[in-house]
Design a protein around this ligand. Sequence first.
Ligand SMILES: NC(=O)c1ccc[n+]([C@@H]2O[C@H](COP(=O)([O-])OP(=O)(O)OC[C@H]3O[C@@H](n4cnc5c(N)ncnc54)[C@H](OP(=O)(O)O)[C@@H]3O)[C@@H](O)[C@H]2O)c1
Length: 327
Amino acid sequence: MKALLCNAFGPIEDLTVAETPAPVPDDDQVLVDVRCASLNFPDALMVQGRYQIKPPTPFSPGMDLAGVVHQIGKNVTHVSVGERVIAFPGHGAFAEMCVAPKEKVIQLPEGMPFATGAAFGLTYSTAIHAFADCGRLLKDESVLVLGAAGGVGLAAIEVAKAMGARVIAAASDPEKLAVCRSTGADETIDYSKEDLRKRTLALTGGKGVNVVCDPVGGAYTQDALRATAWGGRLLVIGFAAGEIPKIPLNLALLSERAIIGVYWGSWSALYPAKHQRNMAQLAQWFAEGKIKPLISDMISLSGVPEAMRRLMARQVKGKVVIQVQDH
Ligand SMILES: NC(=O)c1ccc[n+]([C@@H]2O[C@H](COP(=O)([O-])OP(=O)(O)OC[C@H]3O[C@@H](n4cnc5c(N)ncnc54)[C@H](OP(=O)(O)O)[C@@H]3O)[C@@H](O)[C@H]2O)c1
């Protein structure tokens, strides 16, 4: 099969497209014919050896895919050969065939194209887990989303709106903010020019927001935490800015704020039934037209290194989808 390969941890430019043997599923795995996959920030970190998970080399990156079941292990009962699925393999999606653990394979929602399925999986399931399970977001509460035009960010806007929240989207340029508004954000902040804390307080009548969704980190995190209301919740999702912030804990004490870690990958493996419930909710919102991933680019496997470079340079809005096979 054809695959994008990381032969050794290192620069993104060293990734190559090559022929490699197809993986063989074990008893608890599903082998999928990959139709589309999507790029996520951790893919770019993983190939450089900068992610918490370091697969043995050579490996194919790619955490998010949609395709058709090719073969199932003997303990797999919930999907069958020929079925259209979404899968979260951990890595390996940027290849014509990929194995995933059975708990990380679900049916593609009715009427959803492969490209949408690939773009929808990881970011939306992270967003719903963050708000529903970790942040316990309530209807009519307010949410501040950082990096709001990114993959997780746009998903967070739509999920928070679907849950009945008011959404303030923060991003680094006017084009990104326009995308956030067309995705449903009620208000926007250009945090490259405006003071994030002051603008957030101004937009909430001085009270602050109830929940912050933070996939960015760096200096924005503390400003965002200081712009939360009494009982505010900071959802720690990632550090796209490259810096893990250190937060003075008096900020938590003073307004009974909570700093809550979100790690969808491990949570969904520990609690597969809850993960399935979230995916069913997302499928329902998709059917109701409440969520629709923004696919900004469709590329081939050979285009992945350049797309990764653009992602790391803050030049991507929404999701990049890789058309792995088109039949
Ligand atoms: N915890 C979990 O379960 C989980 C699940 C999925 C993803 N994540 C993490 O969430 C983060 C975002 O993932 P994503 O797929 O949404 O990435 P993305 O599409 O690239 O979005 C990240 C956003 O971060 C902002 N950013 C600020 N400084 C940046 C910098 N120096 N380099 C790159 N981006 C920067 C950019 O927005 P502006 O230019 O507008 O600032 C960008 O749009 C990653 O750290 C990822 O590992 C965590």
